[in-house]
Design a protein around this ligand. Structure first.
Ligand code: BGC
Length: 767
């Protein structure tokens, strides 16, 4: 779909998402299709209460089968009969432990579908986590993780990666994924930082809409066989646990929840047509989201006028009593969650949800109408996906699975997503013939390039992605094997926990460095996912820092490669190196992309979609409150405050330079209903072609709530040849400048705002 250009996306998004002065929506978010609604009602009318509660249950595939001696996963007919068929279960999820080939996927999903159709009469809704491509499928195209996609500031990458992911998921027989992830990555300690599109609400919204459209296509009522249904997640406020640890409580002001955290979900529903949503496993301000009628029903279903389906996260109804202690037992937990608005329970191993929910209905504690509403929403997704008519899709009909064209796109995406953060004395690009020492624990690993959600939950690309190039292999190919040597110095314990390292061999790396012109030191993290990725110290590991410090003493220039899912602190080693590239988690083509970039065959164009912290006690986001940074006041006491970062949000270098000039706006004095068109001239002042993301930031200078320092309101990525000038226009609605006040209402207050694009600043005033 070519209309999803950056500009079109931004413009469409701005009509209703962040800029709305209201979070309610009078028109249906997804206009109902009369024929589908009639079929839903007809099916619903034939179902007994037992069948209805069965539809509301989702089981994990492991509960229904086991791995055989032949190395293949087999469904077990006894388990299928006693669980799936007996309880008329409506949905199944996940891969059985590790990735399958498309054919093996076809066999597993095909069998579940066949039995569901024959014995239940309703197709199953099979869900798989496809975080950066069809990431549980052998031979699928793996894209950079979402944090990289955000760094590209190019929504076309999110869109096209979504399209290819959908195609390859259909090849496997899957119609539904738990993606895209739209939590705001606002705390770098959190182990799921890399799964979403960075810290900013607007970037998450734009990318979330693009990914949703890419995966689902343009007509949410008729998702064709090249597309799949999304489940945007994890609604709401998941990304800011107070402790920094996964699935622990968040405390977020009601204003921020509405203004920032809701924004990407709202956009993905209203502009993207997202069909389903997964709830946040944790609690916000003391209320577990799975038990919040306000968040699930009032804000989403009623507020947005949305007829989609809400699924729990993993075992999260159980967690209402076992972990969160807001319910006495499982039955009370089910009662709370279903009454709050949960439609489907990702149990994932047990069927007593059905028995207990039936009892709750018969006792009058859960209204029959609530169960009907939930089942209607589940059936609606199944009809919208066409599953009643064609329950399966098969690999043989998807000949482009894993094709060269998809690979090429993933490579370009990786190139656009690796961020150049430092390049003293133009050390980069490296000249042909340069003798390079590649070192560090991330230098020769596919696992670290991909991160978690790659072939297995915790990430196991070293086992499944051997045919792709690690950084070391890609540099060898680029600069010639004779010019590139490898001595890791530090290595991860492959059988241990993700943070464990083997005994350092730093001296060997130092000795090897003496024979090289340049050191490429690849540091960061091994792969992890979710709660196992919790950490106690955001600093880069001591061994890895020691390696860089020892290498620096050789006097050889160092290119520091950061390959990590969250920004690990490097303030003490950054001054020792001449160049820094944060490749984040660029996927299977990330090594090749880096080699192209380091050689200058491609130009850097990514920018940080998060604030890279400098100190552990100075964690911040770019939209911090203005009073977090103040000069001291007059008199004896120093009341100053500062925000110290390593690299700011939006920062990223290129091999060329850009100059901004002539910023103008159509209405320096504006009214609340106006549109504002900003225009700026951008000139490529260097000697190479390059892409630059033009970003419009605004600041409300005085407001009734302490204003944010700045907010990103629009962006567009443009490409310029040397000496070329382009005029870039960015359009916003005046309403985009509004904020949620202390009463929880959207408001736009008169007064002055500062608008900034690049180095250019101007004042605009709402009269
Ligand atoms: C994660 C979700 C995921 C689900 C199913 C949970 O542990 O939080 O993001 O979609 O598992 O795999």
């Amino acid at each position: 779909m070519n209309k999803w250009t950056v500009a079109a996306l931004a413009a469409v998004f701005l009509t209703t998402a962040c800029g709305s002065q209201d979070n309610t929506n009078s028109k249906p978010a997804i206009p109902a299709d009369a024929e589908i609604e009639a079929r839903v009602e007809k099916t619903l009318g034939t179902l007994t209460l037992d069948q209805k509660v069965g539809q509301m249950l989702e089981l994990q595939i492991d509960a229904l089968g086991a791995w055989g001696d032949d190395g293949r996963f087999h469904l077990d007919s006894v388990k299928m009969d006693s669980l799936l068929v007996k309880y008329q279960v409506g949905s199944v999820l996940n891969c059985p432990g590790h990735a399958l080939s498309p054919e093996d996927w076809n066999a597993v999903i095909g069998e579940v579908q066949r039995i569901s159709m024959e014995k239940i009469g309703i197709p199953t809704l099979y869900g798989i986590d496809q975080n950066h491509g069809a990431s549980y499928s052998i031979g699928a195209t793996f894209f950079p993780q979402n944090l990289n996609v955000a760094a590209s500031f190019n929504p076309e990458i999110a869109y096209r990666a979504g399209e290819i992911t959908a195609y390859e998921t259909r090849a496997c027989g899957g119609p539904w994924t738990y993606c895209p992830t739209l939590d705001l990555a606002r705390d770098p300690r959190w182990p799921r930082f890399w799964e979403n599109y960075g810290e900013d609400a607007y970037v998450n919204a734009v990318m979330g809409v693009a990914a949703t459209r890419g995966m689902q296509g343009d007509d949410p009522n008729h998702v064709d066989r090249n597309h799949i249904a999304v489940s945007i997640k994890h609604y709401l406020g998941y990304g800011m646990p107070f402790s920094g640890k996964d699935r622990t409580p968040a405390y977020i002001s009601p204003a921020d929840l509405k203004e920032k955290h809701l924004a990407p979900f709202k956009a993905a529903i209203l502009e993207g047509g997202a069909l389903t949503l997964m709830a946040n496993s944790g609690s916000v301000n003391g209320t577990p989201v799975h038990a919040s009628r306000e968040f699930l029903t009032e804000w989403l279903k009623d507020g947005l006028n949305w007829d989609g389906m809400i699924v729990t996260d993993w075992a999260d109804i159980n967690n209402l009593w076992q972990r969160e202690k807001v319910a006495r037992d499982k039955k009370e937990a089910i009662c709370m969650a279903v009454n709050a608005g949960i439609d489907m329970c990702m149990e994932p191993y047990n069927v007593d949800f059905c028995t207990l929910l039936k009892e709750l209905v018969l006792e009058g504690r859960v209204p029959q109408s609530r169960v009907d509403d939930a089942v209607r929403r589940i059936l609606r997704v199944k009809y919208r996906l066409g599953l009643f008519d064609q329950p399966m899709t098969e690999a043989k009909d998807y000949p482009r699975y894993g094709c060269a064209e998809f690979a090429e796109f993933a490579l370009r995406g990786a190139e656009e997503s690796e961020v150049l953060l430092k390049n003293v004395n133009a050390l980069l690009p490296l000249k042909p013939g340069t003798k390079i020492l590649v070192t560090g624990p991330n230098a020769n690993s596919m696992r670290t390039l991909n991160g978690g959600w790659s072939y297995t939950w915790q990430g196991d690309a070293d086992r499944y992605a051997q045919e792709f190039n690690t950084i070391y292999e890609a540099l060898q190919q680029k600069f010639g094997a004779g010019n590139v040597s490898f001595e890791p110095g530090i290595s991860y314990k492959m059988s241990g926990a993700w943070w464990e390292e083997n005994e350092p061999r730093i001296q060997q790396a130092v000795d090897a460095a003496r024979r090289a012109d340049v050191i490429v030191a690849c540091v960061g993290e091994n792969s992890y996912c979710e709660t196992p990725g919790n950490l106690d110290d955001l600093n880069l590991s001591g061994n890895q820092k020691d390696l860089v410090k020892a290498l620096a003493k050789t006097g050889k220039p160092i290119v520091l490669i950061l390959n990590e899912g969250r920004p690990r602190l490097v303030n003490d080693i950054e001054p020792l190196v001449q160049a820094v590239v944060d490749v984040i988690l660029p996927g299977n083509y990330g090594g090749d992309a880096l080699a192209n970039l380091l050689a200058g065959d491609a130009n850097f164009s990514a920018k940080l979609p998060f604030t890279y912290p400098r100190y552990i006690n100075s964690l911040s986001t770019y939209d911090y409150k203005v009073s977090e940074r103040t000069a001291t006041m007059e008199g004896a006491y120093d009341y100053s405050a500062d925000v110290k970062v390593q690299w700011p949000f939006g920062f990223g270098l290129s091999y060329t330079t850009f100059k901004y000039s002539n910023l103008t706006v159509t209405k320096p004095q504006f009214a609340a209903g106006d549109s504002l068109v900003f225009s700026v001239d951008l000139t490529n002042t260097g000697e190479r072609s390059g892409k630059e993301t033009v970003m419009l930031f605004t600041s409300d200078l005085v407001a009734t709530l302490v204003p944010d320092n700045r907010r990103l309101r629009a962006f567009e990525k443009v490409e310029l040849a040397p000496a070329e000038t382009k005029t870039v226009t960015l359009k916003i609605a005046a309403a985009d400048l509004s904020f949620v006040n202390a009463k929880g209402e959207w408001c736009l207050e008169p007064g002055d705002f500062r608008a900034q694009i690049g180095t250019e600043v101007l004042k605009i005033t709402l009269n």
